[in-house]
Structure formats: structure tokens, C-alpha cells
Design a protein around this ligand. Sequence first.
Ligand SMILES: Nc1nc2c(ncn2[C@@H]2O[C@H](COP(=O)(O)OP(=O)(O)OP(=O)(O)O)[C@@H](O)[C@H]2O)c(=O)[nH]1
Length: 172
Amino acid sequence: SISSVSLQTIGAAFVAKVMSVRSRTVTLGIWDTAGSERYEAMSRIYYRGARAAIVCYDLTDSSSFQRAKFWVNELQNFEESCRIYLCGTKSDLLGEDKKKRGVDFHDVQDYADEIKAELFETSSKTGQSVDELFQKVAEDYVHLTAFQVMTEDEGVNLGRETSPYFYSCCHH
Ligand SMILES: Nc1nc2c(ncn2[C@@H]2O[C@H](COP(=O)(O)OP(=O)(O)OP(=O)(O)O)[C@@H](O)[C@H]2O)c(=O)[nH]1
């Protein structure tokens, strides 16, 4: 729920989300890491080994986009095989008033192209594009894994219908 009183994330929160990608079941293991600089070192522990990262910024706040770029650099430097998804949040606040937007869509799209990331503008309040974002993460994971399996010696196991893990913080 969206309220004026919210609790700051301390450390990280975990949730598992079961998704369906074509005939396959994929369980995303999602760590919501703290955005505060105070927990920066801790956040690194959680994204280690991650296959996907959703880097969020507030669409009404340009400084939050600068901060998002910091995390993109971190991921590029330390997690080469981690796909990056840029996620502008609070799209419900933009409405008709162009002045509310603090981060230009085309600027972010150019940046997303440069870093080979996908871009979504979402709202936790209305749910706009949230399902699409997670669906894309799951689909990309399945496609990428299939490609990796094909390049391995044993070939493709077409009989396997389920993929038990998306990623886990504890498995590398
Ligand atoms: N209008 C609107 N407000 C939102 C939305 N998402 C979050 N908020 C509000 O923004 C504030 C911060 O939201 P959080 O989800 O706690 O932000 P966070 O980045 O996870 O913060 P940390 O826990 O410190 O990492 C809260 O007051 C929320 O109610 C949204 O989609 N629309």
C-alpha cells in the first residue's frame, strides 16, 4: 500500500515469486535491498551472483536517477553476467503535469541503450507495468539459460519443464 508513512528497508527483504514462462515455471528469488547510502556495503552482499538487477529511481526526482547510475556502475564492474533493468517508479504522480517529471524518458532510454538495459516506468500505487517488468525478467532468464545450455557440451535438455531456481544469493 502507498502511504505517507513508510518504513525504510534495513538490510534487505526477500520474496519468492513464481512465474510462468511459456510452459515453464520459474521462481524468482527477489532481494529488495536498502536504497539508503548507509546500507551500501550490505547491498553488495545481496546482489552477488544475481542474474538480474532491477535498478529503481523515482521519476519525479532527478537525483535518484544519478544514484541509480551509481548502482549500474557497481553491477557492471562486479557482476558482469547480471542483466540490468532500469525501473522508473511513481509514474502515477506524473499525470498531465509535465513539470512533475524530474527524469526525461528519452535521456533514460538513451542511457538504457548504452548499457544494454531494459527500461520500464512503473507505479506501485496503480501497478502500472509492474507485472510486465517481472515477466520480462523471467523471460530473459529462461531465454538466456536456454542459450547457455545450448553452448554447453551436453546440449539442450528439452524434457525439463521446470526451472527450480531463478537465482539465489547463496549459489554462484
Ligand atoms: N505515489 C506513489 N508513491 C510511492 C510509490 N512507490 C513508493 N511510494 C512512496 O514513496 C515512499 C518511499 O517508498 P519506499 O518503497 O519505502 O522506497 P524505497 O526506495 O524502497 O526506500 P528504502 O526502503 O529506503 O530502500 C513511500 O512514502 C511510498 O509510499 C508509487 O508508485 N507511487
